[in-house]
Design a protein around this ligand. Structure first.
Ligand SMILES: [Zn+2]
Length: 425
């Protein structure tokens, strides 16, 4: 039987071995000079990074409206010796920043800054901390690499929450001359990556014919009945799906009045799964539920897919291991993954190029993401400590990537090995 990928913790032994290894060698031996310098650089700019995080916290902007965020971050970058191209990839609130005066070179690493907020609860997903950590990593790494910093880039990626910003940046060619992407995300655990799910968001619109519900029901075609049949069909389908699959939806239009047979109803649904193939398979089976329900009442159905769809995370074990080794250097233990997961446009980027999306704890698990308490935790003492750790870890891992041909070869091999449906750690 295929193990439940969402709720098992894969690679436990592997993790433990890595831990024992990093513990047995003293920190000083492992920590080479550039990495010590990275630590010092990040510490030295701590107040600047906290102020970026706080500025974003107090000026939350939702998907593709992140004008203040872009302006503020660009200004901090320019003040610190970066050249910033605003509107990168033809996306108004995206940017591409590189060390000024350095010719862009390969290999190149994209450090990512997300900065979009959620409606109503502001930075309840902690993207203010993501942006600040990305800025810190880019500045520290550049200072340490000096004139060899041509492979460092910071990409401002808007609209992670539902807007698929990274998908537009891929299409806009922003990542075309880059070789790996990395970011950190605040959370409740220190974990290297989750098996994020691919997602299709779509509207089902059922068409029927109005008639008086009491006087002439025989002349009507009930679009609400079709929707309810489809909903029940989907519920029956659930029993036969693999554990990583998720289908959830709401009725957004159910009719106009009880005495009118509804001629139009609408539902908004998400289908999610851990692989692209399985996501497509479930989506097709849900479409069968919809079309057969429409046929059953003598009506019809239109399906509208809301682009872009989200791809599942393609894990890169070599890049993840490099990050874990650096966590060891900073004495950060890797936690067990509790298996809770969602979807992100980072999944799409990870299908395009080697990428990692680790999490660093800023609170305990009694505080859920997408809450005001989580938002406040981003600027707590623990949140600030995680921000600095995140900046250091990103810079150190990017340093490894840029300076070790061996590591890059492994990463390329892992990427070429294809779709990994299992979360590693
Ligand atoms: Zn997020």
């Amino acid at each position: 039987m295929r193990p439940n990928p969402v709720f098992t913790i894969a690679g436990k032994d592997h993790l433990k071995a890595l831990h024992d290894m990093t513990r047995s060698i003293s920190r000083e031996n492992l920590m080479n000079e550039p990495k010590q310098l990275i630590e010092k650089e990040v510490e030295a700019m701590a107040e600047t990074l906290f102020s970026v995080s706080e500025f974003l916290l107090h000026n939350p902007e939702t998907a593709y409206q992140e004008f203040k965020a872009c302006e503020h971050i660009s200004e901090v970058l320019r003040r610190n010796g970066f050249a910033v191209e605003e509107g990168a990839g033809d996306v108004e609130t995206a940017f591409l920043a590189r060390p000024a005066g350095c010719k862009a070179t390969r290999p190149a690493v994209a450090l990512l800054a997300e900065y979009d907020a959620l409606p109503k609860i502001g930075h309840g997903c902690g993207h203010n901390l993501i942006a600040a950590a990305g800025v810190g990593a880019a500045l520290a790494l550049t200072r340490v690499l000096g004139e060899n910093a041509g492979g460092v880039a910071l990409v401002g990626t808007p609209a992670e929450e539902g807007g698929g910003g990274k998908v537009r940046l891929i299409k806009g060619g922003v990542f075309a001359n880059m070789d790996a992407a990395m970011m950190i995300h605040p959370g409740q655990y220190n974990i290297i990556g989750k098996g994020m799910l691919g997602r299709i968001k779509f509207t089902m619109a059922f068409h029927g014919r109005t008639a008086h519900a009491a006087g002439s029901p025989d002349q009507g075609i009930n679009a609400l009945d079709a929707l309810v049949l489809a909903y029940n069909g989907i519920n029956s389908l659930r029993q036969h799906l693999r554990p990583d699959a998720r289908i959830h939806g709401i009725i957004t239009k159910g009719g106009d009045a009880p005495n009118i047979i509804p001629d139009y109803t609408e539902a908004l649904f998400y289908v999610r799964a851990e692989t692209i193939d399985y996501r497509e398979e479930i989506f097709n089976r849900v479409l069968n539920c919809a079309t057969s329900a429409a046929a059953a009442v003598g009506g019809s159905v239109d399906i509208h897919v809301h682009e872009p769809s989200t791809d599942p995370m393609r894990h890169n074990h070599a890049l993840q291991d490099a990050f874990i080794a650096n966590m060891g250097l900073l004495n950060i233990a890797v936690d067990k993954d509790p298996g809770r997961t969602g979807s992100s446009d980072m999944g799409n980027l990870s299908q395009y190029m080697p990428a990692i999306h680790p999490y660093l704890a800023i609170c305990d698990d009694d505080i859920p993401s997408h809450s005001t308490a989580f938002r406040d935790a981003t600027v707590s003492e623990r949140g600030k400590a995680a921000l600095l750790k995140g900046a250091k870890l990103l810079a150190m891992t990017a340093y490894d990537f840029l300076t070790s041909e061996n590591l890059r070869e492994q990463i390329t091999k892992d990427f070429a090995a294809g779709m990994s449906s299992q979360g590693l750690h």
